[in-house]
Design a protein around this ligand. Structure first.
Ligand code: NI
Ligand code: MN
Length: 228
Protein backbone atom coordinates (compact mmCIF):
# COMPACT_ATOMS: atom_id res chain seq x y z
CA UNK A 1 0.00 0.00 0.00
CA UNK A 2 1.08 3.55 -0.63
CA UNK A 3 -0.57 6.93 -0.15
CA UNK A 4 -0.17 9.40 -3.01
CA UNK A 5 -0.93 13.09 -2.41
CA UNK A 6 -1.19 15.71 -5.16
CA UNK A 7 0.52 18.98 -4.23
CA UNK A 8 -0.13 20.79 -7.52
CA UNK A 9 1.30 20.81 -11.08
CA UNK A 10 3.54 17.69 -11.24
CA UNK A 11 4.32 17.47 -7.53
CA UNK A 12 3.25 14.34 -5.65
CA UNK A 13 4.10 12.97 -2.25
CA UNK A 14 4.28 9.18 -1.89
CA UNK A 15 4.14 7.66 1.58
CA UNK A 16 4.53 4.08 2.71
CA UNK A 17 4.99 3.66 6.46
CA UNK A 18 8.15 5.56 7.38
CA UNK A 19 9.08 6.18 3.74
CA UNK A 20 8.30 9.64 2.43
CA UNK A 21 9.14 10.49 -1.16
CA UNK A 22 8.40 13.74 -2.97
CA UNK A 23 8.39 13.99 -6.75
CA UNK A 24 9.01 17.25 -8.69
CA UNK A 25 8.59 19.62 -5.71
CA UNK A 26 7.58 22.87 -7.42
CA UNK A 27 5.86 24.77 -4.60
CA UNK A 28 7.40 28.28 -4.36
CA UNK A 29 6.05 30.35 -7.23
CA UNK A 30 3.48 27.68 -8.06
CA UNK A 31 0.13 29.52 -8.25
CA UNK A 32 -1.93 26.43 -7.35
CA UNK A 33 0.26 24.98 -4.57
CA UNK A 34 -0.94 25.20 -0.98
CA UNK A 35 2.00 23.53 0.76
CA UNK A 36 5.23 25.42 1.38
CA UNK A 37 8.69 23.87 1.08
CA UNK A 38 9.10 24.02 4.88
CA UNK A 39 5.95 21.86 5.26
CA UNK A 40 7.58 19.00 3.39
CA UNK A 41 9.21 16.13 5.27
CA UNK A 42 10.84 13.86 2.73
CA UNK A 43 13.71 11.39 2.81
CA UNK A 44 13.92 11.20 -0.95
CA UNK A 45 13.34 13.77 -3.70
CA UNK A 46 12.69 12.36 -7.18
CA UNK A 47 13.18 14.91 -9.95
CA UNK A 48 12.17 14.11 -13.55
CA UNK A 49 14.13 16.95 -15.19
CA UNK A 50 15.82 20.28 -14.61
CA UNK A 51 13.07 22.69 -15.64
CA UNK A 52 12.12 25.08 -12.86
CA UNK A 53 8.55 23.78 -12.60
CA UNK A 54 9.96 20.31 -11.67
CA UNK A 55 13.28 20.95 -9.92
CA UNK A 56 11.40 23.67 -8.01
CA UNK A 57 12.23 23.64 -4.29
CA UNK A 58 14.46 20.56 -4.44
CA UNK A 59 17.45 22.40 -2.99
CA UNK A 60 15.52 23.80 0.00
CA UNK A 61 13.68 20.56 0.75
CA UNK A 62 16.65 18.23 0.32
CA UNK A 63 18.85 20.44 2.51
CA UNK A 64 16.26 20.84 5.28
CA UNK A 65 15.56 17.09 5.42
CA UNK A 66 19.04 15.78 4.60
CA UNK A 67 17.20 13.97 1.80
CA UNK A 68 18.76 12.26 -1.20
CA UNK A 69 17.89 13.54 -4.66
CA UNK A 70 17.27 10.76 -7.20
CA UNK A 71 17.47 11.83 -10.84
CA UNK A 72 19.36 11.64 -14.12
CA UNK A 73 23.19 11.69 -13.87
CA UNK A 74 23.74 15.24 -15.11
CA UNK A 75 21.01 16.66 -12.90
CA UNK A 76 22.49 14.68 -9.99
CA UNK A 77 25.83 16.39 -10.66
CA UNK A 78 24.00 19.72 -10.59
CA UNK A 79 22.41 18.72 -7.24
CA UNK A 80 25.83 17.74 -5.84
CA UNK A 81 27.26 21.08 -7.02
CA UNK A 82 24.69 22.67 -4.70
CA UNK A 83 25.97 20.49 -1.83
CA UNK A 84 23.05 18.05 -1.89
CA UNK A 85 23.16 14.26 -1.58
CA UNK A 86 22.20 12.69 -4.89
CA UNK A 87 21.85 9.26 -6.45
CA UNK A 88 22.42 9.36 -10.22
CA UNK A 89 20.51 7.13 -12.61
CA UNK A 90 20.03 7.28 -16.34
CA UNK A 91 17.28 6.42 -18.80
CA UNK A 92 16.38 2.73 -18.60
CA UNK A 93 18.46 2.21 -15.49
CA UNK A 94 16.93 1.25 -12.17
CA UNK A 95 18.21 0.82 -8.63
CA UNK A 96 16.91 -0.96 -5.55
CA UNK A 97 16.70 1.44 -2.61
CA UNK A 98 15.72 0.43 0.92
CA UNK A 99 12.14 1.65 0.24
CA UNK A 100 11.75 -0.03 -3.19
CA UNK A 101 12.90 0.55 -6.74
CA UNK A 102 13.29 3.56 -9.04
CA UNK A 103 13.80 3.23 -12.79
CA UNK A 104 14.06 6.17 -15.16
CA UNK A 105 11.93 5.90 -18.29
CA UNK A 106 12.05 7.59 -21.67
CA UNK A 107 10.51 11.06 -21.87
CA UNK A 108 10.56 13.19 -25.00
CA UNK A 109 11.16 16.67 -23.66
CA UNK A 110 13.88 19.26 -23.00
CA UNK A 111 15.76 20.08 -19.84
CA UNK A 112 17.89 22.92 -18.52
CA UNK A 113 18.24 24.68 -15.19
CA UNK A 114 19.34 28.11 -13.92
CA UNK A 115 20.03 31.08 -16.24
CA UNK A 116 16.60 30.81 -17.85
CA UNK A 117 16.99 27.08 -18.50
CA UNK A 118 20.43 27.28 -20.17
CA UNK A 119 22.40 25.16 -17.66
CA UNK A 120 22.73 21.61 -19.02
CA UNK A 121 20.94 19.14 -16.75
CA UNK A 122 20.89 16.00 -18.88
CA UNK A 123 17.87 14.20 -20.26
CA UNK A 124 14.26 14.55 -19.27
CA UNK A 125 12.87 11.34 -17.79
CA UNK A 126 9.83 9.68 -16.38
CA UNK A 127 9.97 7.63 -13.20
CA UNK A 128 8.84 4.09 -12.53
CA UNK A 129 8.64 3.88 -8.75
CA UNK A 130 7.89 0.69 -6.85
CA UNK A 131 7.08 1.25 -3.19
CA UNK A 132 4.84 -0.58 -0.72
CA UNK A 133 4.35 -3.31 -3.29
CA UNK A 134 2.79 -0.82 -5.71
CA UNK A 135 4.20 0.46 -9.00
CA UNK A 136 3.70 4.10 -9.93
CA UNK A 137 4.59 5.61 -13.31
CA UNK A 138 5.10 9.39 -13.11
CA UNK A 139 5.65 10.36 -16.74
CA UNK A 140 7.32 13.72 -16.07
CA UNK A 141 6.95 16.09 -19.02
CA UNK A 142 6.74 14.15 -22.25
CA UNK A 143 5.19 13.69 -25.63
CA UNK A 144 3.24 10.54 -26.29
CA UNK A 145 5.77 7.86 -27.20
CA UNK A 146 5.46 4.25 -28.32
CA UNK A 147 8.00 3.40 -25.60
CA UNK A 148 5.11 3.65 -23.17
CA UNK A 149 3.82 0.38 -24.62
CA UNK A 150 6.85 -1.35 -23.05
CA UNK A 151 5.64 -0.28 -19.61
CA UNK A 152 2.24 -1.82 -20.27
CA UNK A 153 3.75 -5.02 -21.65
CA UNK A 154 6.37 -5.71 -19.00
CA UNK A 155 5.12 -4.05 -15.82
CA UNK A 156 1.96 -4.12 -13.78
CA UNK A 157 1.44 -0.39 -13.30
CA UNK A 158 -0.95 0.33 -10.45
CA UNK A 159 -0.98 4.09 -10.94
CA UNK A 160 0.00 6.21 -13.96
CA UNK A 161 0.38 9.95 -13.48
CA UNK A 162 0.28 11.67 -16.87
CA UNK A 163 0.53 15.27 -18.10
CA UNK A 164 -2.58 16.51 -19.96
CA UNK A 165 -1.96 20.27 -20.29
CA UNK A 166 -0.80 20.31 -23.94
CA UNK A 167 1.58 22.99 -25.30
CA UNK A 168 4.70 21.65 -23.49
CA UNK A 169 3.58 18.00 -23.10
CA UNK A 170 0.86 15.60 -24.19
CA UNK A 171 -2.61 17.03 -24.33
CA UNK A 172 -5.76 15.15 -23.33
CA UNK A 173 -6.14 12.94 -26.40
CA UNK A 174 -2.49 11.81 -26.37
CA UNK A 175 -2.67 11.23 -22.61
CA UNK A 176 -5.66 8.94 -23.20
CA UNK A 177 -3.58 7.07 -25.83
CA UNK A 178 -0.72 6.87 -23.29
CA UNK A 179 -3.17 5.35 -20.81
CA UNK A 180 -4.10 2.66 -23.33
CA UNK A 181 -0.35 1.95 -23.85
CA UNK A 182 0.62 1.80 -20.16
CA UNK A 183 -2.54 -0.07 -19.05
CA UNK A 184 -2.49 1.19 -15.45
CA UNK A 185 -5.12 0.21 -12.92
CA UNK A 186 -5.65 3.91 -12.08
CA UNK A 187 -4.64 7.08 -13.95
CA UNK A 188 -4.29 10.58 -12.50
CA UNK A 189 -3.81 13.73 -14.65
CA UNK A 190 -1.15 16.34 -13.88
CA UNK A 191 0.56 19.38 -15.45
CA UNK A 192 -2.65 21.27 -16.27
CA UNK A 193 -4.31 24.54 -15.13
CA UNK A 194 -1.23 25.76 -13.27
CA UNK A 195 -0.83 28.46 -15.92
CA UNK A 196 -3.16 29.68 -18.69
CA UNK A 197 -0.91 28.11 -21.32
CA UNK A 198 -1.62 24.60 -20.00
CA UNK A 199 -5.35 24.98 -19.40
CA UNK A 200 -7.17 21.64 -19.76
CA UNK A 201 -10.37 20.07 -18.45
CA UNK A 202 -9.55 17.02 -16.30
CA UNK A 203 -13.22 15.92 -16.46
CA UNK A 204 -12.87 15.60 -20.24
CA UNK A 205 -9.74 13.48 -19.72
CA UNK A 206 -11.56 11.29 -17.20
CA UNK A 207 -14.54 10.82 -19.56
CA UNK A 208 -12.30 9.83 -22.49
CA UNK A 209 -10.26 7.43 -20.32
CA UNK A 210 -13.49 5.69 -19.29
CA UNK A 211 -14.64 5.49 -22.93
CA UNK A 212 -11.38 4.29 -24.48
CA UNK A 213 -9.40 2.38 -21.82
CA UNK A 214 -9.77 -0.09 -18.95
CA UNK A 215 -8.15 2.28 -16.44
CA UNK A 216 -9.97 4.07 -13.65
CA UNK A 217 -9.41 7.84 -13.93
CA UNK A 218 -9.09 9.76 -10.66
CA UNK A 219 -8.89 13.56 -10.72
CA UNK A 220 -7.10 14.78 -7.59
CA UNK A 221 -7.58 18.33 -6.37
CA UNK A 222 -4.55 20.02 -4.81
CA UNK A 223 -4.07 18.42 -1.37
CA UNK A 224 -6.13 15.32 -2.23
CA UNK A 225 -4.75 11.85 -1.55
CA UNK A 226 -5.26 8.45 -3.10
CA UNK A 227 -4.56 5.04 -1.55
CA UNK A 228 -3.16 2.54 -4.01
NI1 NI B 1 9.60 20.57 -18.54
MN1 MN C 1 6.83 21.14 -16.90
Amino acid sequence: MATVTFLGHSCFEVRDGDTNIIIDPFLSGNPVAQAKPEDIHADWVLVTHGHGDHWGDTETIARANDATVICCFELANYAQSKGLKAHPLHIGGGHDFDFGRVQLTVAHHGTGGDEGGLTYTGDAAGVLLTVGGRTIYHAGDTALTYDMKLLGEFHRVDLAILPIGDNFTMGIDDAVRATSFVKPRTVVPMHFNTFDLIAADPAEFARKVREDTEAEPVVLGVGDSLEI
